[in-house]
Design a protein around this ligand. Sequence first.
Ligand code: SAM
Length: 233
Amino acid sequence: MTMQHELGQLAARRIDGLPVFCGAAAPGLIEVAEWHVWSLIPSTPDQLRIEAWLEGFALNGASILHVGAGNSLFAKRFCGHGACVTGTTVAREEVAHGESLAIPGYRVLLHNKYSGADGRDWPRFDFIVDNNPSSFGCCLDHYMAMLRFYADVLAPGGQVLVDRVGLGWSLSNAQSDARWGFAFEDLAATAELVGLRAFAVSPTIIALARENPKKPSYIRQLMRKIVRRLKGG
Ligand SMILES: C[S@@+](CC[C@H](N)C(=O)[O-])C[C@H]1O[C@@H](n2cnc3c(N)ncnc32)[C@H](O)[C@@H]1O
């Protein structure tokens, strides 16, 4: 059975409205007011949940890909823990904003995740954070290019962190297109096609990994939370 056939079956079973192939060689950028230039907008609750989870890991020297750099506060937080962060965005203004912060260990790139690796040389990442991987996809074929890219650049033992609410947000938002509203099962079935398994590691966080993903330390999460409170953050 071909990948195209499997995706067709999957779309017919589960993913309403998202075409299997949009017909374009390069993925379209779908203009949606919700994501327009997030440089000065606070981080979403989805992303903050993933950040709180990630804080429980030993991050000194870790390499993190943050897809949807937004205000770059993610990079500020995790470069502060000794990680190297690569942020990606489709908004030039967010790149300029991220660069203006001059965060040591951070680089921010203009990159459409649905173009896959896009011919660039990427490092391997211990963590890939994408709080809403199905938004704002043009079709399943380009969505699969993104998942293949994530699988290819994931370091051994690495994990892709997704938020369940972010994954399905467009289903609960009347102004948004329901075709981006994926369920856990949709993510799990599509990730399997690139050799990744989906694990519900918390009530809201999903990790995609090749084997059982490492768990964060609760004590470390707590200590970092206390330190942040003491610093007034
Ligand atoms: C709503 S903002 C959220 C920013 C941040 N992740 C947060 O949760 O606070 C959406 C982000 O996703 C990025 N984005 C949208 N479509 C993208 C795509 N196809 N590839 C990479 N980034 C994309 C936007 O540039 C923006 O940084």
